[in-house]
Design a protein around this ligand. Structure first.
Ligand SMILES: *[C@@H]1O[C@H](CO)[C@@H](O)[C@H](O)[C@H]1NC(C)=O
Ligand SMILES: *[C@@H]1O[C@H](CO)[C@@H](O)[C@H](O)[C@H]1NC(C)=O
Ligand SMILES: *[C@@H]1O[C@H](CO)[C@@H](O)[C@H](O)[C@H]1NC(C)=O
Ligand SMILES: *[C@@H]1O[C@H](CO)[C@@H](O)[C@H](O)[C@H]1NC(C)=O
Ligand SMILES: *[C@@H]1O[C@H](CO)[C@@H](O)[C@H](O)[C@H]1NC(C)=O
Ligand SMILES: *[C@@H]1O[C@H](CO)[C@@H](O)[C@H](O)[C@H]1NC(C)=O
Ligand SMILES: *[C@@H]1O[C@H](CO)[C@@H](O)[C@H](O)[C@H]1NC(C)=O
Ligand SMILES: *[C@@H]1O[C@H](CO)[C@@H](O)[C@H](O)[C@H]1NC(C)=O
Ligand SMILES: *[C@@H]1O[C@H](CO)[C@@H](O)[C@H](O)[C@H]1NC(C)=O
Length: 781
């Protein structure tokens, strides 16, 4: 099984690299003022509107020239002074290097590498997400200015982390649709916004362009013999409305992202990039995307291999018709002209696609001449890997780290630690810290190096050859070191060979002999034992949770270039942890109960199906979504919250009982109804720290709506509270958007009756408040 899987991965990687793409030319710019001809081109005239400029540009192109611009490796039009432009760049958590993206050489050989998004997600800190986006776009612009990077980045990933086995869960901020939505909006703002002012319209200038991916219902790599290219995600209207769509809807409507990427998989039988209802219907027409729609790379080739269409010309025509405006790869460039000759598509559709694409480049300033004379033109080598950027990489990791368990072992004290043993295959991890889609980091601090800054006598034994820990040969040496130590830090977990692009997990246990290594070390030492888990997804660690000899457990995601410093600062109490788990920690049996390919969120949609994520899971998790401890103690109280809402309808209703489900479109001024909530947070412990206030909601049950969530996150804020002090934290929760439920037809309904608001996750002090929602007798006419 494993071998077949590896073989499969190897073969697919080979087939990917065999695809020939045009040679890469340095990123450059159009409308170079040194060329006098450009003064004759209206498309170079910055006093005109983007639309007028693009119309002028497209009208000058021959059909042959046009089709060459439909691929990510666009050829440019040299007779008009438009250079080739590579659209494919990546920036999931820092500028990524690859053949098609940024080049790490010359004056900028490195860039700041932030933690895997799943860890930054765990910070529940919108300000951090925005700041990170700004740093990444500063570095991207700096690299663009010298021709080492593009302006169009295919990030963020806003697919919810639906199944704990998903190898790319680490690229997503978490399993909750609201949290993923907020991450997407903030990261997109950080990448795209040109100033500190809020984005006014969606047609504003862009710093760099962001792309929400992968649309839609994409979150399976290779599981149970099905790969992402052949996977048909069967999604109910209800799950679509309240789980799969929200992050993309926010990314486009609130984040004003200038791109959406369609995914490899099918959704209810239709390949995503051929789905005109989703792309043209929803993204373009309902959400009003002002930007381009790009296919995932080689999606059209894979559709052809799957025989979804008979010919490449059909594939091109279907994609264009569905709303795709650009392809990552070369099928469109090769076959669009012939598709037009065969009357499978029309030149006007091509013109429309090019218009969308070029407007994005115009907004980026690509047609405004030398970028060094534009805004951001002064960004250069000193802005990449700048000290404050590297500090932010450490801070992002610290803010995300989740203290899962603390039986008094933490924080460690360096005075009292004379002999520290670091044990585990990830104890001196370098590239594993960086996670997937990472560039060349400015510098890496490994966990061992981070801890060496606190204690001089540190011994290190990996205990396994690698994270897969295939045999027990090195356990004895680890046991020996542990026996002599007064503090043992076990740094265990996964790596990119077990979770990543193309690689889903089969189980939720520690790989190989890791569990045995942990147990052997714990049995051998009288010292304090701390378990640190490095992974993108959850592991069933119930055995460690229940072992009182393990004094504390931390989850550190893949913490990025500053991960070693972040881990050490948290362990020694220089940073008070406040991260919250962005996913549910399921017991290992979960993988037997739930086929990964089953997209249902709700429990009992088929016999014995326990449901997915904290919103619908009916089993007992090892740790719940939102769980996370601190070295301090916080108490909360509700200062103010409405006791009820009396909503008015647009027309009278004959029924009026608790549990009535009212279509949100029938509620008067629905979008303006806001639930204001003030929570007082008080730090009653002995250490200053951050606290994440989580607001959950549970709707009244209604026979008219089936499948209400157990509970659902409707608001969150991370605040700093000094030791002994208090702070008020305010929330404005949109009633119709957040406190409505999707019915089976995917329609949003407000349910009358008692809505329960709970402040706090299931493992902390919880305060409940009930708000009664009723319908006013005074219906509007
Ligand atoms: C950087 O790499 C690119 C692509 O490999 C190459 O074309 C370019 O000349 C290199 N630049 C420097 C300064 O080495
Ligand atoms: C596209 O055309 C080029 C040049 O003719 C060819 O080498 C390449 O194989 C074609 N690729 C595809 C996917 O059609
Ligand atoms: C081309 O297709 C269009 C729309 O499908 C059709 O109306 C038209 O008659 C076709 N033209 C030719 C020449 O086949
Ligand atoms: C830890 O990793 C660093 C960076 O790769 C390396 O220089 C160092 O020798 C390693 N230390 C041990 C004890 O393996
Ligand atoms: C890189 O990180 C190591 C380990 O933390 C540190 O000793 C070194 O000073 C750093 N180098 C730079 C240039 O920041
Ligand atoms: C243990 O695994 C390593 C590879 O990780 C291998 O080199 C070594 O030979 C194995 N030892 C035994 C005793 O199987
Ligand atoms: C669980 O999966 C990991 C890879 O993710 C593998 O190394 C390990 O052998 C598997 N364990 C079992 C018991 O199948
Ligand atoms: C929170 O608000 C309440 C009501 O306005 C006020 O009494 C209290 O002092 C505030 N607490 C803080 C810490 O500002
Ligand atoms: C619904 O019932 C509430 C009391 O339960 C009442 O105040 C309200 O007027 C009724 N609304 C309608 C439209 O009958």
């Amino acid at each position: 099984m494993e071998l077949i899987k590896l073989l499969y991965i190897a073969v697919s990687l080979v087939s990917l690299t065999l695809v020939s793409l045009p040679p890469i030319t340095p990123q450059s710019y159009a409308c170079d003022q040194r060329n006098p001809e450009t003064t004759n081109f209206l498309f170079c005239d910055t006093s005109l509107s983007y639309e007028d400029r693009v119309n002028d540009l497209v009208s000058r192109l021959t059909l042959k020239e046009k089709v060459q611009q439909l691929g990510s490796g666009s050829t440019g039009v040299s007779r008009l002074g438009i250079p080739a432009y590579e659209w494919w760049s990546e920036a999931n958590h820092g500028i990524f290097s690859s053949r098609y993206a940024a080049k790490f050489n010359g004056s900028m050989p490195r860039a700041t590498t932030f933690p895997a998004v799943i860890l930054t997600g765990a910070s529940f800190n919108e300000k951090l997400w925005l700041k990170m986006g700004k740093v990444v776009s500063d570095e991207g612009r700096a690299m663009y200015n010298v021709g080492q990077a593009g302006l169009t980045y295919w990030a963020p990933t806003v697919n919810v982390f639906r199944d704990p086995r998903w190898g790319r869960g680490q690229e997503s901020p978490g399993e909750d649709p609201l949290m993923v939505s907020r991450y997407g909006v903030k990261y997109v703002n950080g990448l795209q916004d040109v100033g500190d002012e809020r984005v006014s319209g969606s047609n504003s200038r862009l710093k760099v362009s962001a792309c929400c991916k992968h649309y839609s219902a994409y979150d399976l790599e290779y599981w149970g013999g099905v790969d992402r290219y052949h996977f048909d995600a069967m999604v109910t209207k209800q799950d679509m409305e309240d789980t799969y769509q929200p992050p993309f809807r926010s990314c486009v409507k609130e984040g004003h992202a200038s791109c959406v990427m369609c995914s490899y998989n099918r959704v209810n039988g239709v390949p995503s990039c051929f789905d005109s209802q989703l792309l043209q219907g929803v993204v373009r027409n309902q959400w009003n995307l002002n930007g381009y729609i790009v296919t995932d790379c080689q999606a059209l080739q894979t559709y052809l291999k799957c025989n979804y269409t008979p010919t490449p010309e059909d594939a091109v025509a279907l994609a264009l018709k569905a709303g795709v405006t650009m392809e990552c790869s070369i099928v469109m460039q090769n076959y669009t002209e012939n598709a037009i000759h065969l009357n499978k598509t029309d030149e006007s559709i091509v013109n429309q696609a090019l218009t969308y694409n070029y407007i994005v480049l115009m907004r980026l300033g690509f047609f405004d001449g030398n970028p060094k004379s534009l805004q951001f033109g002064s960004l250069g080598p000193s802005d990449v890997c700048a000290d404050d950027h590297q500090q932010l990489a450490i801070d992002a990791a610290r803010q995300g780290i989740v203290l899962l368990e603390n039986k008094g072992a933490l924080p460690l004290s360096n005075d009292k630690t004379s002999n520290l043993a670091v044990i585990g295959p990830n104890g001196n991890a370098t590239f594993t810290l960086l996670s997937v889609y990472a560039g060349m980091p400015c510098n890496i601090t490994t966990p061992l190096q981070g801890l060496q800054k606190y204690v001089s006598a540190v011994t290190y034994e990996a205990g396994c050859d690698s994270a897969s820990c295939p045999n027990q040969t090195r356990i004895a040496a680890a046991v020996e070191v542990a026996a002599a130590a007064d503090v043992v830090v076990l740094i265990m977990g996964l790596d990119e060979t077990m979770e990543g692009e193309w690689i889903d997990r089969d189980n939720l246990t520690f790989p190989g002999y890791q569990e045995q290594l942990i147990n052997s070390v714990v049995a051998a030492t009288n010292g304090v034992v701390v378990l640190v888990i490095m992974s993108g997804g959850p592991i069933d660690i119930a055995f460690a949770k229940n072992d009182n000899r393990i004094g504390a457990i931390l989850w550190v995601g893949y913490p990025g270039q500053g991960g070693g410093d972040a881990i050490a600062q948290v362990l020694f109490g220089d940073y008070n942890p406040a991260g919250r788990s962005p996913f549910t920690w399921y017991p290992k049996e979960y993988t037997e109960q739930v086929p990964m390919s089953n997209m249902n969120m709700r429990a009992n949609t088929f016999p014995n199906f326990p449901g997915r994520t904290y919103r619908f899971y009916t089993g007992n998790p090892v740790y719940d979504f939102g769980h996370g401890l601190s070295y301090s103690t916080f108490t909360k109280s509700i200062i103010s919250a409405p006791s009820g809402f009396l909503v008015q309808l647009n027309s009278p209703t004959s029924r009026n009982h608790s549990g009535e489900a009212i279509d949100v479109s029938a509620v008067r001024n629905c979008n303006e109804l806001n639930m204001k909530l003030v929570v007082e947070v008080s730090n009653t412990g002995s250490m200053t720290g951050d606290h994440v206030v989580l607001i959950f909601w549970r709707p009244p049950s209604s026979t008219e709506v089936n499948g209400e969530p157990n509970k659902e996150l409707v608001g969150f804020k991370r605040v700093k509270v000094k030791q002994g002090e208090k702070r008020n934290v305010s929330f404005g929760i949109k009633l119709c958007k957040r406190m409505s439920v999707a019915d089976r037809a995917g329609t949003r309904k407000l349910v009358t009756g008692k809505h329960v608001i709970t402040v706090g996750s299931s493992s902390e002090q919880q305060i409940k408040h009930t708000t009664d929602l009723r319908v006013s007798a005074n219906a509007m006419q």
